[in-house]
Design a protein around this ligand. Structure first.
Ligand SMILES: [Zn+2]
Length: 83
């Protein structure tokens, strides 16, 4: 797995490995600007997704998915990201 890198969009935080709690799907996330990448994508500005959009799509909700849930309900740090 590639090494962690600084977020190319905001430059303020590391891109870290998380996973969806529901099914364990891995993702890469910058918690500073909520940019999301899938593990098989290049971590770049052009490839960046927005966490809210991805979560809303997965949950089948329109608009802001955080009105009745928090990040910890949906995603968690990948257990092997602490090496
Ligand atoms: Zn960022």
């Amino acid at each position: 797995m590639s090494a962690e890198c600084v977020c190319p969009r905001c430059g303020q935080d590391w891109v870290r490995r998380y996973r969806f709690k529901a099914d364990g799907t891995p993702l890469l996330l910058c918690t500073e600007c909520d940019s999301l990448w899938w593990p098989d994508e290049t971590v770049g500005i052009a490839q960046a997704h927005f966490l809210d959009d991805v979560v809303a799509a997965r949950l089948g909700v329109a608009g802001n998915p955080w009105s009745d849930r928090v990040w910890a309900d949906v995603i968690e740090p990948a257990p092997d990201s602490q090496r």
